[in-house]
Design a protein around this ligand. Structure first.
Ligand code: NAD
Length: 391
């Protein structure tokens, strides 16, 4: 039940002592060019896993001391005035709205973290029934450990908005939902109202992430799914993306990007992923292509979806077979490791960044390669094949 009188909570106000990750990122980038030669060299050696106490060049070259000095000075000087080497995912100056964040276990949270680590300002949309617990957990510091970014700062969420992505405007909301006590304390949570609030508060966004799904009959085989259950899955898991993009696109800056999350059950049979959820993911992927064309032509916005491997999120645990899917992936995927939410978050940050400026309309697999397999190699049928595997 939501208790807040205001429809949204400003986390920056709640945690004034926590510095903005964006600011921290920017200030550390700015300080790079002015750091001392000694600091520059220390960072160079530590990032290269070279001990500054044990002379590196001495261990490789047995040449004279004069030679060592020349090389050392040349490297320090070369690094003083240059930007960080490499090809960084840089989202400084970008604002991202992430729909579908209600705890620190799911893909939404991981994407928030990666976008924040790349310098984006973060605003999120949280499903109304989950809002109260999410906000109070944030306030009480329950997520502080998982808010730590790679540079040591704490990820900041500028604002949390209540939302329910199955309703476009107040006229669509049935009486029983309006009077439901879990909704009573919040307002302006339909898609159109939400986007209007974001427009009033921030003016524009650059990145839209849809990380939500719901299928009330997901545990039922498709053959036993009701019409209502099927349509509810499509409404919450596919049309919700169309609706969000449709409303947000008018306040998205040209060059912006949108990303949703899909699952391989859209194109291959995954027994147990029922209730029309496989159909909803197929629709989401098809819509990704059509919307990429429409939003690309009209608004210069990119539209992609990440087909993610199994993660033990709250929603996935509710389906009931997530541990089996994780084990299956470890046994059969080309990469035999458990997928981390961070790997999906990092892919999302890349897709949202200018580095992916020519990628749109794509289904990007982040699943340890499981999608590429044609057979399950853990079948006893293959016992005599010499297949490399971790124990
Ligand atoms: P999650 O529980 O973290 O996220 C689902 C979110 O959807 C929750 O925050 C929930 O509150 C929200 N939500 C549900 N109905 C809503 C509505 N009507 N309006 C607004 N929000 C609503 O679980 P997750 O597994 O991280 O799911 C995120 C996305 O990732 C989903 O699209 C899911 O299908 C996809 N995905 C998950 C897996 C997996 O194994 N976990 C694999 C592939 C794809």
């Amino acid at each position: 039940m939501a208790t807040a009188a205001t429809p949204a909570t400003n986390m920056a106000m709640m945690k004034p002592c926590i510095s903005s990750s964006r600011k921290v990122f920017m200030s550390s980038a700015a300080s790079f060019s002015t750091e001392s030669k000694e600091a520059s060299w220390n960072r160079l050696t530590s990032s290269s896993h070279i001990s500054s106490r044990q002379p590196f060049f001495e261990s490789i070259f047995s040449g004279p001391i004069k030679f060592k000095k020349v090389v050392t000075r040349a490297m320090s000087a070369a690094n003083e005035n240059k930007p960080l080497p490499g090809l960084p995912v840089d989202l400084r100056g970008k604002r991202a709205f992430i729909a579908g964040v209600a705890d620190d276990n799911g893909y939404g949270w991981a994407i928030v973290k990666s976008l924040a680590a790349a310098g984006a300002e973060i605003i999120v949309g949280t499903w109304v029934p989950a809002l109260n617990i999410f906000e109070s957990s944030l306030r009480r510091g329950k997520f502080d450990e998982s808010r730590v970014l790679p540079d040591g700062s704490l990820m900041e969420i500028t604002k949390v908005y209540p939302m329910d992505a199955v309703y476009d405007s107040p006229d669509d909301v049935p009486e029983d939902v309006k009077s439901n006590k879990r909704y009573a304390g919040s307002s302006k949570w339909t898609v159109k109202e939400l986007v209007e609030s974001v427009k009033q508060d921030f003016g524009s966004i650059d990145i839209l992430v849809h990380s939500l799904a719901n299928g009330p009959e997901v545990t039922k085989p498709l053959l036993e799914t009701s019409r209502n259950g099927y349509l509810a899955a499509i409404s919450a898991s596919s049309y919700s993306f169309v609706s969000l993009l449709k409303e947000f696109v008018s306040i998205m800056n040209p060059g912006g990007a949108s990303i949703s999350l899909t699952y391989i059950a859209s194109e291959r049979i995954i027994p147990g992923y029922g209730g029309g959820m496989s159909s909803a993911k197929a629709a989401l992927e098809s819509d990704t292509r059509v919307l990429a064309f429409e939003a690309g032509r009209k608004h210069k916005i990119r539209v992609n979806t990440i087909s993610a491997g199994p993660l033990r999120s709250r929603a996935a645990k509710a389906i009931g077979f997530i541990d089996m899917m994780i084990d299956y992936s470890s046994a059969n995927a080309p990469l035999q490791k458990e997928l981390s939410a961070e790997e999906v978050g990092n892919a999302a940050a890349f897709l949202a960044s200018p580095l992916a400026s020519a990628i749109t309309g794509a289904v990007v697999y982040v699943d340890n390669g499981l999608n590429a397999m044609g057979v399950g190699v853990d079948s006893p049928i293959f016992v005599d094949l010499d297949i490399p595997k971790d124990n």
